[in-house]
Ligand binder design. Structure first.
Ligand SMILES: Cc1cc2nc3c(=O)[nH]c(=O)nc-3n(C[C@H](O)[C@H](O)[C@H](O)COP(=O)(O)O)c2cc1C
Length: 266
């Protein structure tokens, strides 16, 4: 089948999910591409509509073994019409649990036709130079894996007249889904004197939890623990305070040192 438009949708507070979807898209080598970055709240106000002549690729990070709960409303508002769809999750070298299955299930309900799925590894959101986990990932090897995945998807689509001829994909996972959707509501960010109030942290926050006039003010009720403000700070002024989150960062650093490899389902 011929694809008229490739639609790339991603949520990526710390940039690893974006790096993966861009690599998959490179491998697909399509001329007409629309990027839909739903990381910021304003972008999530726009509903996604898509047709059967388009190829949809959706990539999201894994939070506590699940899809980030804040995306639920947006994902459940998608209007697709038998659109061939690629489901991708990116996780921080612990596990993706049932998140890829959850993504596939939601997209089927919205009218998508999942034709491929994959789980990639990105540097853990909680990782820092002091307590690293999957540091620097996706790396060169992950990127070429993602490019090859993109190429294989296009080959698969070109081998049939329409997505209707493609069999269902098998995604591993369990019901009920494991993991958790409730995130801690905690004050875990320490801000040093080197903060210049440049506002980069507030601009990059996916839930507008950092006050744009005073970046020391964080709305804990809104915060999703994504650590984008810590990672984006050009002064390295933001770090984790001792407590639950730092303990979680210590745990992922100690327990998930062994490198996991990406996998795709076609
Ligand atoms: C609240 C939260 C929960 C997370 N839970 C998991 C998890 O269950 N398993 C895992 O391997 N990584 C987990 N991660 C790490 C992210 O999935 C991973 O770092 C991902 O690459 C981040 O994507 P981004 O760079 O696009 O923001 C979690 C991160 C956050 C912020």
């Amino acid at each position: 089948m011929k694809i008229q438009l490739l639609k790339l949708v991603y949520f990526s507070p710390t940039g690893t999910t974006e790096a993966i979807i861009q690599s998959v898209a490179r491998g697909m080598n399509q001329r007409a591409v629309e990027l839909i970055d739903i990381t910021k709240p304003a972008a999530r106000k726009q509903q996604l509509q898509t047709s059967e002549n388009e190829l949809l690729v959706i990539a999201v990070p894994v939070y506590m073994g699940r899809l980030p709960a804040l995306l639920s409303e947006w994902l459940n508002s998608i209007k697709a019409h038998n659109t061939p769809t690629v489901c991708i999750v990116v996780y921080g070298n612990r596990a993706y649990d049932d998140a890829l299955l959850e993504l596939k299930d939601i997209l089927i309900k919205r009218g998508c036709k999942p034709i491929a799925g994959a789980a990639y590894i990105g540097e853990h959101s909680f990782s820092s130079s002091e307590l690293s986990c999957a540091e620097g990932r996706p790396d060169v090897s992950d990127i070429s894996h993602a490019e090859l995945f993109g190429q294989k998807i296009i080959e698969k689509l070109q081998s049939v007249l329409s997505a209707d001829y493609l069999p269902d994909i098998n995604i591993p996972g369990n019901y009920p889904y494991g993991g958790a959707t409730d995130l801690w509501k905690i004050d875990f960010i320490s801000i040093s004197n080197s903060c210049t109030q440049c506002g980069i942290c507030a601009a990059g926050c996916p839930v507008d939890a950092v006050d744009s006039g005073n970046s020391s003010l964080i709305n804990i009720e809104k915060c999703i623990l994504c650590c984008a403000c810590i990672k984006h700070c050009p002064q390295n002024a933001r770090t984790m305070k001792p407590g639950l989150m730092k303990d979680a960062a210590i745990r992922v650093n100690e327990k998930f040192k062994e490198r996991k490899e990406p996998i795709f389902f076609l």
